[in-house]
Design a protein around this ligand. Structure first.
Ligand SMILES: *[C@@H]1O[C@H](CO)[C@@H](O)[C@H](O)[C@H]1NC(C)=O
Ligand SMILES: *[C@@H]1O[C@H](CO)[C@@H](O)[C@H](O)[C@H]1NC(C)=O
Length: 151
């Protein structure tokens, strides 16, 4: 009896947590992450002047967790739309990065065959409040840097 009551209680909590997550999702809307991947090594690469990286796989990574992934078009451009739940909001602002695992040698034969491009995320102008009010939070790469990896 005690066990089944505990079980019922746990189920009720799970259902409420589920409803709560849904409500948070509906309230916060979506996050749209978009930008251009440069075909270049270096630190804090200026995407406006660097050559572009077509057909590159771009991941949204939060720690070791890959949240989403897409491929750049022929202009090196990508966009990723995510359900914006409250737990994701702080993660996007603090611990998530864009990671391009496709080696740079695929866009320019004289560039390295190992290493990744990585960038933090930043809010577009209009910021957090505007984004949350409109239900669409626009994020862009702050700027990509080349991270060489061993092997
Ligand atoms: C894009 O990448 C895919 C997988 O790596 C490859 O099969 C395809 O040929 C590439 N396309 C272009 C236009 O480079
Ligand atoms: C390829 O990379 C090399 C070395 O950074 C650079 O000098 C060259 O301009 C690049 N080529 C193109 C087409 O971007």
């Amino acid at each position: 009896m005690a066990i089944s009551r505990t079980l019922l209680f746990a189920m009720a909590i799970a259902v409420f947590a589920g409803l709560g997550a849904h409500r948070a999702q509906a309230q916060l809307g979506r996050a749209l992450i978009s930008g251009i991947v440069p075909c270049s090594t270096g630190n804090l690469i200026n995407a406006a002047t660097a050559p572009v990286f077509p057909n590159a796989t771009v991941q949204v990574r939060c720690g070791s967790n890959v949240l989403a992934s897409t491929t750049t078009d022929s202009n090196g451009a990508f966009s990723i739309s995510l359900d914006l739940v409250s737990s994701l909001l702080s993660a996007l602002m603090n611990s998530c990065n864009l990671v391009v695992e496709t080696p740079l040698i695929s866009c320019n034969a004289s560039l390295p065959a190992t290493g990744v491009l990585q960038s933090a995320l930043q809010l577009l102008q209009g910021g957090l409040i505007g984004g949350l009010l409109s239900g669409l939070l626009n994020l862009v790469p702050s700027s990509f840097s080349f991270i060489p990896l061993l092997g």
